[in-house]
Design a protein around this ligand. Structure first.
Ligand SMILES: [Mg+2]
Length: 98
């Protein structure tokens, strides 16, 4: 599974959504937080398993992909660019910029 596959899953879900069900970005962002809450619940309550947590993480990822598709964001490029920034930040903070 890679980002291309993830985007294909998101596209499949969008294609299955009936006409007239197109939701706003605000709904999609709230859905992302809803899925985040479900992941938190899996961590906080003992009745949930790591398999349950994995499903919620998968939900989070597909909602992210849906948002990226609907906004025309190149998720591959965003992931690479952001990782460069994260690494630079941590190197500066913990390794003197090395
Ligand atoms: Mg869920």
């Amino acid at each position: 599974m890679n980002i291309k596959d993830l985007l294909a899953q998101a596209t499949e879900l969008l294609d299955l959504t009936p006409d007239g069900w197109d939701r706003s970005i605000y709904f999609d962002i709230s859905k992302l937080f809803e899925e985040g809450g479900e992941a938190a619940e899996c961590v906080n309550k003992s009745r949930f398993t790591d398999e349950d947590l994995g499903e919620e993480l998968a939900d989070i990822m597909v909602v992210v992909a849906v948002i990226a598709l609907k906004r025309g964001i190149d998720l591959d490029k965003a992931m690479v660019n952001k990782q460069v920034k994260r690494v630079r930040k941590l190197r500066k903070r913990f390794h003197g910029g090395e």
